[in-house]
Ligand binder design. Structure first.
Ligand SMILES: [Zn+2]
Length: 302
């Protein structure tokens, strides 16, 4: 009889399903509040299944693997550009003294990035504390300022994805709420129209960080986009969906017909639905890591 119960049977046997789940090994040791949370959000098991690092060295290693996977994953999606642009992540320093900012060393293609090849940069002064090689100057300038002024943010991604960047090249770069993907960014986009050349001076990074105004996405006029994430998985997922939302808008605009914009209350509602379901971004990133294990030469975890 049990063999005949399909996944859809959850809705018909909620009591049986819940109790089966409550005695599974994934819930052992959880407090009542956590068990209650899992009752309604069982996908949290995906995150809880990850081994929690017990030291700064382990956390540093785990963050390096995640960021290396993000570099390769965005290249896989066609969102890298030559050997430019940069993805960064803060992590405990290997020596246990403070934090470093992980970043690709200049000249490495994103498909070549591995956990051990990433540099660890002093966030305060830009010096290389971990690894051999040099980072791109403008990358350190932009990312270190953002990490310093946004302590809850772990990862900062700067890319030139074709559709999002094409919107950034318009006089009005507004990302309109015209699709489910667009609503992910409802009231969470900053627009910087003050492009002033490569960010190699001491002021451009601070200016860009200030222009964010608490948003997690920025369209950088005549340049590209910035995405901030509380985790590397979140920054990866957001970067992907930002480009997808922009692509749909560019295609819709290319018809020359009037776009159908969602009302604010509906866009906000869908935004909250997606925000409250962390299953999406975690599953997306974990799937990408599985694909990256056998897509490019060498293992990104090495
Ligand atoms: Zn750029």
């Amino acid at each position: 009889m049990f063999n005949c119960i399909s996944l859809n049977s959850r809705s018909f046997f909620p009591f049986v399903w819940d109790n089966l789940r409550m005695i599974s090994t994934s819930t052992v040791g959880l407090c009542k509040q956590q068990q209650q949370q899992q009752k309604y959000r069982p996908w949290l098991n995906i995150e809880q299944a990850k081994v929690k690092p017990s030291s700064s060295i382990e956390k540093n290693r785990q963050d390096r693997e995640d960021l290396a996977a993000a570099y390769r994953g965005l290249a896989y999606y066609g969102l890298s550009e030559g050997v430019c642009n940069h993805l960064t992540s803060r992590t405990p320093a290997k020596n246990g003294e403070g934090e470093v900012m992980l970043i690709v060393k200049y000249g490495l293609h994103w498909t070549e990035v591995t956990a051990s090849s990433l540099l660890g940069i002093n966030i305060e002064n830009g010096s290389v504390l971990e690894g051999d090689g040099e980072p791109e100057t403008s990358a350190v300038e932009i990312h270190s300022h953002i990490l310093k002024t946004n302590p809850s943010i772990q990862s900062v991604f700067h890319t030139h994805p074709p559709h999002a960047t094409s919107l950034a090249c318009l006089e009005d770069p507004t990302l309109h709420m015209i699709h489910q993907n667009s609503t992910r960014f409802f009231e969470d986009v900053a627009y910087d129209c003050g492009y002033d050349g490569l960010a190699t001076t001491g002021n451009e990074g601070a200016r860009i960080a200030q222009q964010l105004h608490g948003k997690s996405v920025m369209f950088m006029g005549n340049h590209g986009v910035l995405v901030l994430g509380k985790s590397t998985a979140e920054a990866f997922d957001k970067t992907y969906y930002l480009e997808r939302a922009a692509e749909l808008q560019v295609l819709a605009m290319s018809t020359g017909k009037k776009m159908s914009k969602l009302p604010d209350n509906l866009a906000k509602f869908v935004n909250q639905q997606i925000e409250n379901d962390s299953r999406f971004l975690v599953a997306h990133f974990e799937a990408m890591k599985r694909i990256m294990k056998h897509t490019y030469q060498g293992d990104f975890t090495s």
